[in-house]
Design a protein around this ligand. Sequence first.
Ligand code: ATP
Length: 927
Amino acid sequence: MRDLLPFIILGLTSGSAYGLAGVGLVLTYKTSGVFNFAFGALGTLAAYVFYSLNVSHGLPWPVAALLSTVVLGAVLGYVFELFARHLSHAALAVRIVAMLGIVLVIEGAFLLAHGTESQTFPTFLPDNRFKVFDAYVSASQLIIMGLALVLTLGLYVFLHRTRLGMAMRAVVDDPALLDLAGTRPATVRRIAWMIGTVCALMSGILLAQSTNLDPVTLTALVAQAFAAAALGAFASLPAAYAGGLAIGVLSAILTRYASSSEYLAGLPASLPFVVLFGVLVVLPRRRLATRLQSIPLPRAAWTAPLRTQIFFCLAALAALAFVPQFSGDHIGQWAGFLAVAIMFLSLGLLVRTSGQVSLCHAGFGAIGAVAFSKLATDAHLPWLLALLVAGLVVVPIGAVIAIPAIRLSGLYLALATFGFGLLLQNMFYNTSLMFGLNGYGVPMPRPHLSWLDLESDTGFYYVVLAVLAAATATVIALTRTRLGRLLRALSDSPRALSMGGTSVPTTQVLVFCVSAFLAGISGALLGVSLIQVDPTSFNPTLSLTYLALIVLAVGGPPWYALVQAAGLMLIPAYVTSGSVGYWLQIVFGLFAVLLIFSPQTRQVPRWVRLSSAGIARLLGERDTGPVPAAPDAAPDPGEAGLPSPSGAAERPAGEGLRVDSLRVRFGGLVAVDHLALAAPAGEITGLIGPNGAGKTSTFDAICGLNPAAQGRVQLHGRDISRSSPPARAAAGLGRTFQQMQLYDSLTVLENVQLGREAALAGRGPLNQIFAGRGRHVIDRAAREALHLCGIADLSDRVVGSLSTGQRRLTELARCLAGPFDLLLLDEPSSGLDAHETEAFGALLRRVVATRGVGILLVEHDMSLVMDLCDHIFVLDFGKPLFAGSPAEVTASDLVRSAYLGTGGPMAGTDRVDASSGNDSHVRVEAQ
Ligand SMILES: Nc1ncnc2c1ncn2[C@@H]1O[C@H](COP(=O)(O)OP(=O)(O)OP(=O)(O)O)[C@@H](O)[C@H]1O
């Protein structure tokens, strides 16, 4: 034990800095929902500012420390809060990439100014040493430990004992309420960002005492902060601090024991990632739940028709085939460019098509390269076979990485993949499993044929071009298959897809596997273009650049891949100044930061549109033209003829939904308390109550979207309380959402078809890939649902361009196209005008009468509810308040005083919106 003491002291010192970083990270994440990936970069910045003030400009260290932590932290915290506010409306990948942009800019600027050599950082704290048992502890170490402890305790007391601190905790749960209470949520968040940023800056300076001024090491501080925050379940400050200490101490002890072993030498440095990954895999899902809406990536407003796309792809192929004629000595770099284009295709499928994120694609590339080398040189497999098997080797690794994706939201997936990339580098790059003991590198042989020269630079260039063409064809074909449709739906609304009956985890694993396969192939080809690969060829930071570039890109495959690969590979090939790589990193970073101003729909340049329209005409293909502006009114659903019901099995009366003792909690808030209700088949049942009464929470619990909900849910007599959302959908439960969950980038027809196709895709991987013979069932169900809702004429319109009323009808049509016989409709008439609402009511009645389905309806339009419902349940503050027929509910004093108000007109032709729950807010629209 005594010989461990020096290591424990060292570990407590660095752990204090990690703990402080973790505390700052948790604070900003809790208050804004934005994960600060630039945390380590901020630490680097502070260390550099301190260094230049203290060493270069001779300022006394206390002044330099104050300026580089408190003053800089206040300024940066202010800016970051503005930044985070903008980002809260952006897609997850944009949120991550904008933060990564800051990392790229700071690190690139630092490397430009100082190169890769680390600078000696001044030891400004007193260094007198004291003996503790057999070990020595210095005053500076004690100060660092004391400072982190005092700051953490101070913050804890501040958050729990002061008004502002409590406001900071409340801002996460209910910013609107905070606003009503007279405290501005923006101010509260700004102060939280300032404090969090000061923590990041302080931990950077404290760590630089032992690591010196090295941007790469300091930027990696973010990993320790992530791991510490993970140990605090991303919520508890004291636990994050303790987690930081534990990581520091454990790393130091491991250094003592593991440094002599080939495979364990990298473990101390990898510990944060092991911890991070472990926590993400084992922590209960509800602890990591976020209230963030899923927002898809910005999309192009238009795509060229298929034949035109193929024409342009062939033209690009012909142009690329011409490259060896002029590339001269650069031909090897051109081959590298094509290989990296495959990497972008792989990442594009994951990020742009399915809306997932990955920060470990460089790692996948490294594994592919090493696997290829071993298969081709040691196992003597034929070249092409070795290439394909190398891709396959990466597939199971991609599937394992997708595990956090299955359990958690995309943000945690980003963290897990980031951790995996760094873990791979720290633990395996420099072992004989990968690049050899000293990272010496592995040989990458070229293909050999006796009758064709493929070994020369030009021959190999054509081989990579052929593989790129095959990869492009695969990706384009895949996006047109069932899996492609599911991936696009996944990107737009995972909740809708899951409620439609598709097992989203299966889809996520599938796309990860395909993407990992292509990344492995790309890594192998890039390696062969370099002849020999070593750890520097696949630095994990590259993954950050890949993700930033793929999110920045415009256009479809292969255009985004070619453009971004050209930026990354060809510019440095032709601009040979030593610092061009750093400049590129800064420029990419700046573009990534500017992404926050990018509109949700990206316009395609006019010249691209015009030239494509010309080619389409030549090819006899119809260009669908721009997305037309959305008309305001939806067509009258009543005009559509009523086709015969399809799909939904008719149920005998009496069967339906039963809910008992339902309880939903969000932290200390009980949103639904011991609710019991029944929604029989063949009837419309109402669920009403004031805003915040718990209606949507009830729906989420019934559908299985809130796994933490307690109570019993039965559908047609079968207990589905423990079933997943797709399993409940398969049992017959369909759903529309208050915040509409549509596949905005798809057309109305595709949305409605997915209502049936998502159910057919189900949970099996094969069903998700191959459509089989279900096409006619899908088409028939979609046609019927479109006619039933009266929106057949909108079939070709992209849903994102529709009016609210048309979107509501599309969501209903998608639900009706599915094989569901119990429908949960959450405020389906909101956004419809009086005329549309009336037609909508008639439509629901016909659906019930002809299909025998049951409907549980949440509505604030009291006239509609009273008109349609056979039975009504009233909720108030999560508790059942009253249940009865419309007449009984109307007559109830209890309901009137709690929800409907005392003089609210509910009879006759007046429309009443009781959403605000009291007289003064009742909206009356005379017809
Ligand atoms: N994910 C969540 N995390 C924390 N609190 C939540 C969450 N979802 C809902 N709540 C809270 O639970 C309570 C019930 O919300 P819910 O959305 O179920 O009410 P509602 O009756 O559907 O309201 P509305 O009529 O406005 O849609 C509210 O106080 C809300 O703030």
